[in-house]
Design a protein around this ligand. Structure first.
Ligand SMILES: Nc1ncnc2c1ncn2[C@@H]1O[C@H](COP(=O)(O)OP(=O)(O)OP(=O)(O)O)[C@@H](O)[C@H]1O
Length: 263
């Protein structure tokens, strides 16, 4: 059995008047880069919020590194990078990163070292003394990533980290994700850009609050007979719609026909 860093079972989440995650069960394997892909509004951020323990859930369980999501014990073990930059505009890159490091490291020198390492990892060494407010959007999101790295988290959760980045930075960021995974970090990375699927070790395809596929990129292509993730995703949507139509015609089954790929 695969060793999962995150285990989600029967998760139901309601936001406003709408149920947005429907009895969702899924695992995130340890030490790998798992991509959470799906169109805008499919529930990626909601699932991520449940994993980091900031989402009120209606029912179901979310276990992270063996603890209930959001437990105090997970505070330094889980890094979370939100879609919007979550650092201070009026502080420099170094001051921001040191600030977040000091929240986790009592020792001042250890905090400074952690901050410098994190700044280097996101390749912002030449901007360390720039005010964050004067950086580009892509640079600002890398400062948020540096802030999440200062605690050397076991699980790093990133909500659409590559939005607005040019192709070179995107490539470099994915390289960094795999370097982190190689040293044992588990990464859960959301994206609505299907061409990022091939960069993941494992894929979760989400649509309308349900998991449509949970597979490796190769496994997904094999299971659907398609050539790229976007085509595979459309294939699965069409199959699910066909299944639903068949069920309606025969009056059998209440399932949606999703979760069709090999697991
Ligand atoms: N604060 C909220 N109150 C009510 N409904 C919400 C709230 N936030 C999100 N939703 C709804 O929940 C559903 C899932 O949203 P979510 O942000 O998880 O999707 P997403 O896949 O992350 O989308 P995107 O890629 O655009 O960020 C959507 O239908 C959205 O309208």
């Amino acid at each position: 059995m695969m060793n999962n860093a995150v285990e989600v079972t029967g998760l139901v989440v309601r936001r406003g008047h709408r149920e947005v995650l429907h009895d969702l069960s899924v695992g995130v394997p340890a030490g790998q880069v798992t991509g959470l892909l799906g169109p805008s509004g499919s529930g990626k951020s909601t699932l991520i919020r449940a994993v980091v323990g900031v989402q009120v859930v209606e029912s179901g369980t979310v276990t992270v590194l063996g603890e209930p999501a959001g437990s105090p014990a997970l505070r330094s073990r889980v890094g979370y990078v939100t879609q919007a930059p979550s650092v201070y505009d009026d502080l420099t890159v170094r001051a921001n990163t040191r600030y977040f490091a000091r929240l986790l490291h009592r020792d001042r020198r250890a905090a400074e070292e952690a901050a410098e390492t994190a700044i280097g990892r996101v390749d912002l060494g030449s901007h360390a003394d720039d005010l964050v407010g004067n950086l580009s959007g892509g640079q600002q999101s890398r400062v948020s990533l540096a802030a999440a790295l200062v605690g050397e988290p076991d699980l790093l959760v990133l909500d659409e980290p590559t939005v607005g980045l040019d192709p070179v930075l995107r490539r470099d960021l994915w390289r960094l994700f795999h370097e982190l995974a190689d040293t044992g970090t588990t990464l859960l990375v959301s994206s609505h850009v299907m061409d990022e699927a091939a960069r993941c070790d494992r894929l979760l395809l989400l649509r309308e609050g349900r998991i449509l596929a949970d597979d490796t990129p190769d496994g997904l292509l094999r299971a659907t007979g398609e050539r790229d993730a976007e085509a595979a995703f459309l294939h699965l949507i069409d199959s699910a719609a066909d299944n639903a139509a068949d069920n309606a015609a025969t009056g059998t089954g209440t399932g949606t026909g999703t979760e069709r790929t090999s697991r």
